[in-house]
Design a protein around this ligand. Structure first.
Ligand SMILES: [Zn+2]
Length: 474
């Protein structure tokens, strides 16, 4: 195409300069007024074009006025460059322009464009973002063709399929493999897409009707079956599963064969005790997150099905830090119902609790779940490994006797606790020096840890009988 070339500055005034090939929008300087022999402006829109900031003139005959083109008249504030050529032989005008960003308002763009050879202005070969109303965006390549595939613009990545900018989930072949990508979507009140940029890093999205976190690598590919080393950001490791969802509240076998735990927020547990919600087991995660197997040995945490009343006390350490391997029987030093006993342990000011309580009527209450440590025996180390049981007394000191019903219920409860916690045999020697040596003695009494009569002489003297009767039932 031969002909004159005319360029325009993007200043406040509509200036043109015949001769220059390109002018950038930042080149704010005065030029001689445009010769109207080079460019024709739709007469009725003349004043608008002249006054508009950064206006790009529309070269169209009033007789051939195209609605889409008419809408384009006005400011295109982020235009970088405009090139206009006029072909004297054919009488046609060609205009090329480049738009800097999609972040400008509706009306700032050509809303589509005409390629009508019957009009005097014909070939408009845009470079940059092109908005087609609510239908979406394309990217003009300046040659009349539109972008396909990847585009980097202002540091963000976009993707075009069949010329249209895509949004949301997209399966795209990248380096010979199919990968999921996600492109932000954000429509304005007019329904026009204002995003489309590729997501990198974490994003929470609705997936199968639930919100899940997904992680996208630096190249935009979704993380699949992968540990996410996020230590530099928040100190944590995370894991994304086969469907890309961040996993949480579950055990995970690491690539090294070790067991790890992903907490409720997805962060891998480190240097802490955790309870696996699926199995109810308690583990200790070391500084590398590896779960210590010895802490899981024999631990089957659940609560007794014999419980008929539950009032959880705030006075506990959650969770206990030791396997349950000991039974510690106490006396209430009073004839408290299991409800009253629960009330006693209810205020934090009481500073005391037990796992279970047995009433004179033989009913059983629970105040601290087995997975947690009660504050009962004046010994933290004892209570971390023991199930503690308060039994109501139907008589006073010094014996503190208990009813037959209470005693029978106690035997049932201790039997149930031993079965569920893999305590094979109850062992009682009445020897304080054997505290902690559960292979020799796994029953303890409060009076060994504090100057107390507990559990009272009545129950203390029945400890051999309790061990014998329970062992027959194990
Ligand atoms: Zn006691």
């Amino acid at each position: 195409m031969s002909g004159k070339r005319t360029s325009f500055s993007m200043g406040n005034e509509f200036n043109g300069y015949a001769g220059a090939t390109y002018l950038k929008g930042t080149d704010r300087q005065s030029y001689p007024l445009l010769s109207q022999t080079d460019v024709r402006v739709l007469t009725s829109l003349d004043s608008l074009v002249v006054m508009a900031l950064g206006a790009i003139p529309v070269y169209i005959d009033a007789n051939q006025a195209d609605l889409d083109m008419s809408m384009a008249v006005g400011a295109i504030p982020q235009v970088n460059m405009v090139q206009v050529t006029y072909d004297e032989k054919t009488g046609t005008t060609n205009q090329t322009f480049q738009v800097a960003s999609s972040g400008v308002s509706t009306g700032s763009y050509f809303q589509g464009y005409s390629n009508n050879n019957n009009a005097n202005i014909v070939e408009i070969t845009p470079i940059g973002w092109l908005l087609f109303g609510t239908a979406g965006w394309k990217w003009g390549e300046g040659t009349g063709t539109k972008k396909e595939g990847w585009l980097e613009d202002l540091g963000k990545w976009y993707y075009f399929r069949n010329e249209w900018m895509v949004t949301g989930w997209q399966l795209i072949t990248y380096k010979g493999k199919s990968h999921w990508f996600y492109f932000n979507t954000k429509k304005d009140r007019q329904g026009v897409e204002r995003a489309g940029d590729m997501v990198i890093g974490w994003i929470e999205l609705n997936y199968n009707g639930e919100n899940h976190w997904f992680y996208f690598h630096g190249n935009g590919t979704m993380a699949v079956d992968t540990w996410i080393d996020y230590r530099a950001k928040d100190g944590n490791w995370y894991y994304c599963g086969s469907d890309g969802t961040m996993r949480k509240s579950q055990l995970r076998v690491g690539n090294d064969g070790n067991l790890y735990y992903l907490k409720d927020d997805g962060a891998m547990a480190v240097s802490e005790t955790i309870v696996d919600k699926d199995s109810g087991k308690t583990y200790y995660a070391n500084e590398d997150g590896v779960l210590k197997e010895q802490a899981t040995k024999g631990l089957k945490v659940a609560n007794s099905p014999l419980v008929v009343y539950t009032q959880i006390s705030p006075n506990s350490t959650n969770p206990r830090n030791h396997v349950i391997d000991t039974i510690t029987i106490h006396c209430m030093a009073g004839n408290l119902s299991i409800e009253t006993c629960g009330n006693v342990f209810a205020p934090s000011s009481a500073g005391a609790s037990s796992n279970y309580g047995v009433g004179t009527d033989g009913r059983i209450g629970m105040y601290v779940e087995e997975k947690n440590r009660s504050w009962c025996s004046s010994s933290a180390s004892n209570d971390h490994r023991a199930i503690t049981i308060e039994v109501a007394n139907n008589g006073g000191q010094p014996d503190w006797p208990v009813s037959d019903k209470a005693y029978a219920a106690l035997l049932d409860l201790v039997t149930d606790i031993c079965k569920r916690n893999d305590i094979k045999r109850l062992l009682w020697k009445g020897d304080k020096s054997l505290i902690g040596q559960v292979g020799k003695q796994n029953m303890t009494v409060h009076r060994w840890f504090a100057a107390k009569a507990c559990p009272g002489d009545y129950l203390y003297n029945l400890h051999s009988d309790i061990a014998e009767k329970v062992n027959k039932r194990l």
